[in-house]
Design a protein around this ligand. Structure first.
Ligand code: MN
Ligand code: MN
Length: 460
């Protein structure tokens, strides 16, 4: 007999206690594809390339301004190799709005400075400037891969990739031995490792043909010159990104989780992409945004503040004879981004009743931000209500979440930049353990439920 509690209480259940055997099987298959995506998308440029490869295999075509569009057409626009917008054209005209999922492909990392290479103590090192919010100590004594885009003086652009293949060398930032860390260990975690201390070890053999100083630096430059045709000055017009050099793995004796670098926010990027690739003839046009630069405030031409989004959407609207403002006013956007999952090792930062939990499904965040909800989108009750109904109808396991205790800290997403465009927007995505670390952990089921959630939005 159902009692009063069953009738009146909001009772959350672990997804594993409610989902069908069919969903469990589909979740496993989905996560195999997701792990491949993670391993192929270590930087924003590689992520965009891999997404295009998957999209083209499903019949997506590059969009050119002025192109005539029909229902069911599948298109993508590559924004300077760093962000990507894909769309499946719907039955309804664009004036009735589109359904958008916007996630970000960039992740915290260690960039090389523009004049990076130097020699000290007969070792070659790279000076770095970290990108995004990192806890610096986590990046020491971790094997690193290095990806570069070098614009040579000739105009040629060369791709550099060091450390991804097992026969290639890797790089590392050294840490101090505990035996000599007496002074260091007395410092606070914020002060113990400095930004200027994150120098990457790059070589140790002195050049045999040269005398005097900087002979190891010569060796490193000569090897780069032989392989990529670059000289030291070419670092000035280059982007080098060092990222953790390990691949995505199942985590837990029960293999229920995935550990990998970059799951903020590639778990949501893949969910949005995979869902779009599975959408056929939606009512409204479905738009998947893969944004760059979220981790540094959504700035730049490839970030979500950029009018490049307007350029693409306006171009689509023009082909329908519709005003962009009309389209935006009737559109909906899921700002698909991760949140923290409750971590029993650090219960003090979360308020249990309002924290996302591993395996409780994709999260909805009515608001993000910090302090008094500052810097948050704060979706309306009506929006939450509509999405809640949509998820329930489509068998999506979901949970309401807030990013940590009040006044504990906070964070932002692209949500407010979408809302500024007069697009109804809500935050939601995959709960993560060890977020922003070199090895983030998510639940497979929560990833799969985020895919189901975005698919339901595209088809609504
Ligand atoms: Mn994020
Ligand atoms: Mn982040």
């Amino acid at each position: 007999m159902p009692g009063k509690k069953d009738k009146l209480f909001y009772q959350q259940k672990n997804a594993y206690d409610t989902v069908s055997a069919e969903d469990k099987k589909a979740c496993e298959a989905y996560c195999e594809g997701y792990k491949k995506f993670l391993d192929s998308s270590k930087t924003e440029r590689l992520g965009v390339r891999y997404a295009i490869k998957l999209a083209e295999a499903k019949g997506f075509k590059p969009y050119a301004s002025g192109m005539e569009l029909r229902q069911g057409d599948k298109i993508y626009w590559n924004n300077r190799g760093k962000s990507l917008i894909l769309a499946v054209i719907g039955k309804k005209p664009l004036g009735e709005g589109v359904n958008i999922s916007a996630a970000h492909i960039d992740a915290p990392r260690i960039d090389l400075k523009q004049v990076p290479l130097y020699e000290d103590g007969e070792l070659a090192l790279f000076k770095t400037h970290y990108y995004g919010g990192i806890k610096k100590y986590q990046w020491l004594a971790v094997p690193l891969e290095l990806y570069g885009t070098v614009a040579l003086k000739s105009g040629e652009v060369v791709d550099v990739s060091i450390g991804a293949s097992p026969d290639e060398p890797q790089l590392v930032i050294t840490d101090l031995l505990p035996h000599l860390s007496a002074d260091q260990m007395k410092k606070s975690m914020a002060e113990a490792i400095t930004g200027e201390g994150l120098n990457i070890l790059a070589g140790s053999i002195p050049d045999a043909d040269t005398e005097g100083s900087d002979r190891v630096k010569i060796t490193v430059l000569e090897l780069l010159n032989q392989k990529y045709g670059m000289v030291e000055e070419d670092f000035l017009s280059a982007e080098f990104e060092a990222v953790p050099a390990y691949s995505a793995r199942d985590i837990g004796i029960d293999r229920s989780m995935i550990g990998s670098y970059g799951q903020d926010d590639r778990s949501c990027v893949y969910a949005g992409l995979a869902a779009l690739l599975d959408v056929e003839k939606p009512e409204k046009t479905a738009v998947c945004v893969i944004a760059d630069k979220e981790e540094i405030g959504s700035e730049g031409v490839s970030g979500m503040k950029s009018r490049s989004f307007e350029w693409f959407m306006e171009s689509l609207c023009a082909s329908n004879g519709v005003r962009l403002t009309e389209c935006f006013a009737n559109s909906f956007c899921l700002s698909a981004d991760v949140c923290n999952a409750f971590d029993p090792n650090y219960p003090e930062v979360s308020e249990k009743r309002n924290s996302a939990k591993v395996n409780y499904g994709t999260a909805i965040l009515k608001f993000t931000g910090s302090k008094g909800k500052s810097g948050s989108n704060d979706a309306s009750a009506e929006t939450v209500g509509r999405i809640r109904g949509l998820y329930e109808k489509n068998g999506v396991v979901w949970q309401m979440a807030e990013l940590g205790k009040v006044d504990q800290g906070g964070g932002g997403t692209v949500a407010m930049y979408m809302a500024q465009r007069n697009i109804e927007t809500i935050d939601g995505g995959v709960p993560v353990l060890s977020m922003h670390s070199p090895f983030e952990v998510v639940s497979k089921m929560d990833c799969y439920m985020t895919y189901k959630a975005i698919k339901a939005i595209y088809n609504s």
